[in-house]
Ligand binder design. Structure first.
Ligand code: CP
Ligand code: NVA
Length: 301
């Protein structure tokens, strides 16, 4: 049997993704009813973290425990990976002992190399290029609040970063229109935009982008690994803060999403985080349910 990995949203078909979102909603309801569902007794997930995390670590670890399995936290600081052991060797060793692997790292190529040398499914838990797990949670959240996202207009405001790239993939997989508003020099990767079948428009003006939209999304201006650019980025992104006033240009039932952590006063105002249109904390909770659906999809026949 070929092993399935989840390195980007494109590793699943549109139909598989829709089924997975529906299953995430079901798993959430089961948990809310207090129903025990333990399909992964004695199964182990290795969680490799080369960058910090709150939501990703807690959601994967809790999800595996709720499924009756176990998750093992491996920081690159404390493993031989951090001392230069090749990714290929690490993948062979770890995947010979566990059932599934989750990796958060810098270069996307590292995750691909790991997957190419792994005997078990590998999940991308964020690289510099993509954050597909967050999109599962975001799509679940939209679905719960508003139904199908097909044909809707989504706006990405700010940095053309890993989250933005995953939104571009989502536009294709979930069939919505995406407007990306970012300052010159911070646009998403042109090849990723070009592969989106014309669903993505890149512009500079946030007001123009938000007008008449259904969902507005933003993220930090300096991602993990870009700490030294923080000051320069603060200057470059002036005028790109999402506020209730900016949201007022969107459709009256529009929602606001943020993958968190949020930097109030930078990419988002404090008032926007408290606004009833903000569903960031639902997205955060849905990381748990959506990833449980993903783990089940990858491991339970
Ligand atoms: N949104 C997200 O991935 O959060 P963490 O960095 O806390 O895992
Ligand atoms: N773009 C952010 C997302 C954090 C969840 C980063 O990569 O740091």
């Amino acid at each position: 049997m070929t092993i399935r990995h989840f390195l980007t949203l494109k590793d699943l078909t549109s139909d598989e993704l829709s089924t997975l979102i529906a299953r995430a909603i079901e798993l959430k309801q089961m948990r809310n009813r207090g129903e025990l569902y333990e399909p992964l007794k004695n199964r182990v997930m290795a969680m490799i973290f080369e960058k910090a995390s709150t939501r990703t670590r807690v959601s994967f670890e809790a999800g595996m425990a709720q499924f009756g399995g176990h998750a093992m936290f491996l920081s690159s600081r404390d493993t031989q990976l951090g001392r230069g052991e090749p990714v290929e060797d690490t993948a062979r060793v770890i995947s010979s002992m566990v059932d599934i692997v989750m990796i958060r790292t810098f270069s996307h190529e590292s995750v691909e190399t790991f997957a190419n040398n792994s005997r078990v499914p590998v999940i991308n838990a964020l690289t510099d290029s993509f954050h597909p797990c967050q999109l599962l949670a975001d799509m679940q959240t939209w679905h719960e609040k508003r139904g199908s996202i097909q044909g809707k207009t989504v706006v990405w405001i700010g940095d053309g970063n890993n989250m933005c790239n995953s939104y571009i993939n989502a536009a294709e997989q979930f069939d919505f229109k995406l407007r990306v508003a970012c300052p010159k020099g911070f646009e998403p990767d042109a090849d990723i935009v070009a592969a989106s079948d014309g669903r993505v428009t890149v512009l500079e003006n946030p007001q123009e982008a938000v007008t008449g939209s259904d969902l507005v999304v933003t993220d930090v201006w300096a991602s993990m690994g870009q700490e030294e650019e923080q000051r320069e980025r603060l200057r470059a992104f002036t005028g790109y803060q999402v506020t209730p006033e900016l949201m007022d240009l969107a459709n009256s039932d529009a929602l606001f999403m943020h993958c968190l952590p949020a930097h109030r006063g930078e990419e988002v105002s404090a008032s926007m985080m408290d606004d009833p249109r903000c569903v960031a904390f639902d997205e955060a909770e849905n990381r748990l349910h959506a990833q449980k659906a993903l783990i089940e999809f990858l491991l339970v026949p």
